[in-house]
Design a protein around this ligand. Structure first.
Ligand SMILES: Cc1cc2nc3c(=O)[nH]c(=O)nc-3n(C[C@H](O)[C@H](O)[C@H](O)COP(=O)(O)O)c2cc1C
Length: 482
């Protein structure tokens, strides 16, 4: 399934009842952010839809769209063209990782229908909302950034928050130093050169799903593998970079080497405001866009959010491949990154334990994965447990863990830079470290049978429930063994 651009994709979402336009006039300074919050604070996952605003106060003709990438698993399935199950999502992403298709260059694209350079550049003309009113430092884009490694020329794509600070100036948060974009930035800094960078917004929504992970391959090639077609790219006008030709908006410029200034705070995926520290500056040289461009935002802030949904689904897929294919570790049945931790704090793994040391080595394999700042809690349990079921996770923690023997902490490891528990007041990014905890929640010896009737009896009764003349049952939830 390949969407040419954001626009046909929105039509598909609309047909499926997963997207609505709003015609009421809205104030982007507070109202838009508050309405978007309702998608995650007042709608069950199966009922969520993305929202577009086309009557934004002070921005005649401007359009803001958000909640359209990952408000629900059903929506992620629509982006990927697969069933809305985690298994199908993981399968599609893994297929893209295994068979990436490199982007192709084209001579021109709609993202350059309008070209604005020099004095005419004015980011204030774009309707960019305040996501967490009265708390964010200003309007923020949540776009895709492209940079290149100055040594190898290898491209990196990442979603990064982007504070609009003036007509031709934004902030950027590179996050932990292990991120692809942060590595490029450090290399340019060591050379004393400004870093060419470009922001792009819109295009095939699959680009937003693949950006947060790292694959050892160009993220856009992984996106090409998933969609089964190469992503067409055009050359930027003022920097030596390429961007997807079908984007809505492209902002070109340089991350300056000789300037820092306060960036943030911004409502973050952890559920807390974060920032207000010194950060790099992006000096804009050119804006190009389609006619009547759409500003697409990705809803982050308090979990659950699009950010936690994306991270969860994609990091799970990437980790599964890393553990089972790249490291060739046996016995792993499932991995699950909990959304309350934004998809990056707590990880559960179910596995068939096969040899002494298997559990700890699997946990170490997680820590050796990309994003070494991720997953401060790593819990490993036997494969009889459905780790997607919160009650079963609590049950396993209650009865299969002996704290003095089964829990290890590993101090002085990388921390998610926005984790308020690691970021002591007065410290800078360079100072912060965190701790990882490995919890071995597997059975260490044979356990007694579980205190439930045998599974066959439970199924027999459930299948025959009508015969008892009682109201219908809800979902039958059983451990996999009894
Ligand atoms: C909505 C959203 C906003 C994000 N903002 C940032 C950010 O400002 N800085 C950052 O390092 N990561 C941010 N992330 C996490 C990024 O997905 C991730 O760091 C980045 O894409 C990793 O790519 P890289 O390691 O290839 O650079 C954000 C993710 C989402 C979904």
């Amino acid at each position: 399934m390949a969407y040419d651009s954001l626009r046909p994709y929105l039509q598909v979402l609309e047909q499926q009842g997963l997207f609505r336009w709003v015609d009421k006039e809205v104030d982007k300074e507070w109202e838009v952010g508050a309405v978007y919050r309702m998608i995650f604070r007042a709608m069950e996952e199966d009922n969520r839809y993305g929202i577009g605003f086309r009557n934004v106060k002070g921005h005649e003709g401007g359009r803001i769209v958000a909640g359209v990438i990952a408000s629900s698993r059903k929506m992620i399935g629509t982006v990927l063209g697969c069933e809305p199950t985690l298994e199908a999502i993981h399968e599609r992403v893994t297929a893209g990782m295994n068979d990436p298709i490199e982007p192709v260059m084209v001579d021109s694209g709609p993202c350059q229908d309008v070209v604005i350079e020099g004095e005419d550049v004015d980011l204030g003309k774009l309707p960019v909302p305040i996501w967490t009113p009265e708390k964010d430092a200003g309007p923020y884009l949540t776009p895709l950034w492209v940079t290149k490694d100055p040594d190898s020329g290898r491209r990196n794509i990442g979603i990064r928050r982007c504070q609009i600070k003036g007509k031709d100036r934004t902030g950027i948060l590179f996050g932990a130093p292990d991120r692809g974009g942060a590595i490029h930035h450090a290399k340019y800094k060591a050379r004393g050169e400004h870093m060419p960078a470009a922001i792009f917004i819109g295009g095939d929504p699959v680009q937003y799903l693949v950006a947060p992970a790292r694959y050892g391959a160009d993220e856009l090639a992984v996106a090409g593998g998933i969609r089964g077609e190469a992503i067409p790219m055009v050359k930027c006008k003022t920097v030596d970079l390429e961007v997807p030709a079908e984007s809505e908006i492209v902002i070109e410029g340089h991350v300056l080497m000789d300037e820092v200034e306060p960036e943030g705070p911004f409502g973050e995926f952890t559920g807390f405001m974060a920032g207000g520290r010194e950060g790099p500056v992006f000096q804009v040289t050119c804006i190009t866009h389609r006619k009547d461009p759409i500003v697409l935002g990705v809803i982050s802030q308090f979990p659950p959010s699009e950010s936690s949904m994306i991270k969860r689904a994609l990091l799970e897929a990437g980790l599964k491949k890393h553990l089972t294919v790249d490291l060739n570790l046996p016995g792993i049945t499932d991995v699950h990154a909990l959304e309350a931790g934004g998809g990056t704090a707590t990880l559960w793994i179910s596995m068939k334990k096969m040899y002494a040391g298997h559990v700890d080595q699997t946990a170490m394999g997680v820590m050796g994965h990309f994003g070494m700042s991720y997953f401060k809690w790593i819990v490993l349990c036997d494969d009889d447990i459905d780790i997607n079921d919160p009650f079963m996770r609590d049950w396993v923690m209650a009865w299969r863990v002996r704290p003095d023997k089964d829990i290890k902490t590993i101090p002085n490891t990388a921390s998610v830079e926005l984790d308020p528990s690691s970021f002591e007041p007065g410290k800078t990014q360079a100072d912060i470290t965190g701790t990882k905890m490995i919890i071995d929640a597997t059975k260490k010896w044979d356990y007694p049978a579980v205190s439930l009737p045998p599974l066959e009896m439970m199924h027999q009764v459930a299948d025959n429930w009508d015969a008892y003349g009682l109201p219908p049952l809800d979902e039958l939830k059983l451990p996999r063994e009894s």
